[in-house]
Design a binder for this molecule. Structure first.
Ligand SMILES: Cc1cc2nc3c(=O)[nH]c(=O)nc-3n(C[C@H](O)[C@H](O)[C@H](O)COP(=O)(O)OP(=O)(O)OC[C@H]3O[C@@H](n4cnc5c(N)ncnc54)[C@H](O)[C@@H]3O)c2cc1C
Length: 475
């Protein structure tokens, strides 16, 4: 069968759905093709169910503070993992229903096509037996968990990923979490708090992708109070009677299951991009303009996780809107990266905003830090562990970035991100109102230190210049 439309969008995640919103403003001649279950990665297996699990695991963990408050019986509390997992799935279903109700539920069969698409040429995609010719195509096919093929073949029955972990009816007694980026840390900690014996392994020496070495050290100190972190060595796996024996350097552990969090890779292979005659980059992505999102000179646009880079829902949605607009409008819109922000919803949160440590010109950067130990609000919450480091340009005094591990850093990260995005200096940020007693006072203290550091740098610069002036006047 053959069809012809103005625009075909591949993938009904946040990127694809936002592309459709823009396209619909101009034409009704579009199709949305989605392979796999509807409901978006965010609602089905990503942002939302993971946060439900984290929230319930954190709530259960709070019992450890009860004794201090004079609340008895905390030690006797038990978490029923089956009910906990049902709760995750229930809320997950609610999130999925909300997405569907607002998007694909009202689409008819002519517009919404179930199936995986592949390119026939730059203007034609095939889904099942239907060839669809489109004037423009938006590729928003998302990404999937990386599972090395040899591990999938050898240990497939024992591998958990975000795709299936919350589908389990019972939780395993023990798990090796391999890969300690944001997903590994979030899910590893949640599983530990739900009663699973967790061993975290990563061949890097960082957790949660933290680049600032002081913040990384603080995060490792905090996290490994709950479960061992084996860093710096590849994981080697073999089967054993109890499940799997996992080695990392000199250490080894026997576990029932493996939770793989090795990153996510764009869903591009099945699309047969080789039929498009576009150059491919080393990252496996077709060369595309990161601003217009257009692939080469073809009428094809790439958006969301399919376009690589850091997976982020707001970014996927924004790219979807731009790709959708550009697919139907003559005057093209351009995607501009805003101040970068990443939040890991571990307890305590990890976050970084703006420039990261490895991108800073340290000679021209002032750095101030604040530990959460003495921060009043953090003490009240019984969560006064962590470190905040803020960076500013020595000459202009402008805020450049920050890295942190600490309580409610998700909010500090937003505050700082907005300040950086609006070009604030340290002085201007300190002129903003602060309340008391709040976590934001940790930021206020760090900014006061940063201002001190900046003014001593300024003094040092003026001292450096003064003798030369004096020398000139003496002659
Ligand atoms: C565990 C986890 C936690 C996360 N937490 C956060 C968070 O806290 N904050 C945050 O901002 N982001 C988070 N993310 C990332 C965020 O969920 C993603 O960036 C976002 O959902 C990507 O949207 P998308 O539209 O690009 O892709 P998706 O939502 O994955 O949509 C792509 C769709 O395309 C379909 N498809 C694939 N191939 C084809 C094909 N050939 N033809 C047709 N359809 C196809 C897929 O089945 C899917 O339905 C998390 C992700 C995960 C996995």
């Amino acid at each position: 069968m053959k069809r012809s439309v103005a625009v075909a969008v591949l993938g009904a995640g946040h990127a694809g759905l936002n592309a459709i919103k823009e396209i619909r403003k101009v034409t009704d001649d579009w199709v949305l093709i989605n392979g796999g279950p509807l409901g978006t990665t965010c609602a089905r297996i990503g942002c939302m169910p993971s946060k439900v699990a984290i929230h319930l695991a954190d709530s259960f963990k709070a019992r450890e503070r009860f004794g201090r408050y004079g609340v008895e019986g905390g030690d006797g509390l038990r978490l029923d993992p089956q009910t906990a997992l049902e709760h995750v799935r229930d809320l997950r279903d609610t999130f999925v229903d909300l997405v569907l109700a607002n998007t694909t539920d009202e689409m008819d069969e002519a517009h919404l096509i179930d199936g995986y698409a592949e390119f026939i040429d730059a203007r034609t995609v095939r889904v099942g037996r239907t060839d669809i010719r489109a004037d423009a195509i938006v590729v928003a096919t998302g990404a999937r968990s990386t599972v090395p093929e040899h591990w999938a073949r050898a240990f497939g029955d024992g591998i958990l990923t975000v795709d299936n972990v919350f589908e389990q009816q019972v939780l395993p007694a023990s798990v090796a979490v391999i890969g300690l980026g944001p997903i590994g840390v979030e899910i590893g900690q949640a599983l530990r708090r739900m009663g699973v014996a967790v061993t975290g392994i990563d061949h890097h020496s960082t957790v949660s992708r933290i680049k600032d070495p002081a913040v990384n050290g603080a995060a490792i100190d905090i996290l490994q109070r709950e479960f061992p972190l084996w860093l710096g060595h590849e994981a080697q796996i073999e089967r054993c009677a109890s499940g799997f024996r996992v080695r990392s350097g000199e250490r080894e552990v026997e576990v029932e299951k493996l939770f793989l969090a090795l990153g996510r890779q764009p869903n591009l292979e099945g699309l047969k991009l080789d039929r498009l005659d576009v150059p491919m980059g080393h990252d496996g992505l077709p060369r595309f303009d990161p601003k217009t999102l257009r692939i080469g000179r073809l009428p094809i646009y790439l958006a969301g996780d399919a376009a690589g880079g850091i997976a982020n829902l707001q970014r996927a949605a924004e790219q979807g809107r731009i790709a959708g607009w550009n697919a139907v409008q003559r005057k093209k819109r351009r995607y501009t990266e805003r101040t970068r922000m990443a939040i890991v919803f571990s307890d305590p949160n990890v976050a970084f905003v703006g420039q990261e440590w490895d991108g800073l010109d340290l000679e021209h950067t002032a750095v101030a830090e604040q530990r959460f130990g003495p921060v009043g609000r953090a003490l009240i919450m019984g969560q006064n562990r962590g470190l905040l480091r803020v960076y500013a340009n020595r000459r202009s005094g402008r805020l450049l970035g920050a890295s942190m591990v600490g309580p409610r850093c998700e909010h500090l990260a937003h505050l700082l991100c907005w300040a950086i995005e609006s070009g604030m200096t340290v002085q201007r940020a300190l002129e903003m109102p602060f309340y008391h007693p709040v976590i934001e006072e940790a930021l206020q203290d760090a900014l006061i230190d940063l201002r001190r550091e900046l003014s001593s740098a300024r003094r040092a610069r003026s001292l450096f210049f003064r003798p030369r002036v004096q020398a000139v006047s003496r002659t």
